[in-house]
Design a protein around this ligand. Sequence first.
Ligand code: 3DD
Length: 416
Amino acid sequence: MSKVADLSLAAQGKLKIEWAQAHMPVMAKLVEKYSATKPLEGMRVAGCLHVTKETAVLVKSLVAAGAEVSWSGCNPLSTQDDIAAALAEEGVDIYAWRGLSTEEFYWCIEQTLKFRPTLTLDDGADLIVLIHNKHKELLEDVVGGTEETTTGIHRLKAMADAGDLKYPLIAVNNAQTKWDFDNVYGTGQSSLDGILRASNILLAGKTFVVAGYGHCGTGIAFRASGMGSNVVVTEIDAVKALRAKMDGFSVMPMDEAAKVGDIFITATGMKDVIVGKHFESMKDGAIVCNTGHYDVELNLPELKSLSVERREVRPNNAEYVFENGKKIFVLAEGRLVNLSAAEGHPSEVMDMSFANQFLSLIRLAREGKNLENKVYDVSLEQDALVAETKLEAMGVKIDKLSPEQVTYLTDYNAGT
Ligand code: 3DD
């Protein structure tokens, strides 16, 4: 029995899902191949991942491969209600709506545990941690799980290192065909999309501060620069900071960036990246947002204590007014702006992320029982398969090493 916001939105959601399907050729190829053999037959997949049109394609693909699926969103603000309605109308067991309270968020995840999952698909590890902490009785049925995002991988590796992980996990985030594409090109475009939908601000000529120069921050910085922003990067990691500097961006501590920025985005995975003293330093009219998985990167309690008034000035855009009349605008309540104020990454890049999810679940169904309780990487062969399938779909051909070249690779006597 599903619980969604408004079933009447189903028709609109179905159209969006069709749009996503038309732009996810790798997923289409995988469904064509596996809907015949149904390798997930008998598997019960509990999914906890943003309910978007692309996720709907993944859910339908898992069902086509034989799985029984029960789904919740992995963020209180990121569910697209029309997509949830479309999935519910199609008979998917889904518990998700936009604007969940914390209690409702965990209630939704709890519902997906009722059919005793054999596989878990997670984005941020909330589902996996809930099973380990509150539903140990389910662990005997679970053969394995996957994790979609960087923050989740950090947590699960910590669990594995502590000996607390009770079933094998595949780090989908770390697949090259996810990390180097979803995080870079996807987050780069979708974060700007969220900022523009919530503010319609001109990016050209603005000082755009990016906190964190990992895969996500790199993608954001280049796209903001491409739109004419003067990009400033803040970092705690010397190597990443050096790369940002050599990529042509200004690099400085947040204490300094706060004074000059017009637009701020955090993409670090860390808490308290922008705090009270930074809000105090900011210029009147500064726009601040986050694109990290959790809403801990902006310290909004400190902002609230500094302001005398707060009002919603546009959807996903709240104005905080200081005693002296200065205004700071926070987007999407500090939650990930790309999925809360926009639709998340474009379908083309989610195509590869979810191909890795799909193939990893099939691997776990086949061999999960024989794997250790640790975090595994996606195989190089799987990464190559996803990339080759994507290139083929894009009509791109590449060269191939000749037998002589293959021999040359390992011929240590080749000399100069
Ligand atoms: N994420 C970003 N865009 C998404 C979309 N359109 N559908 C589902 C999930 C989406 C977030 C995750 O893909 C993942 O990249 C993360 O959180 O790292």
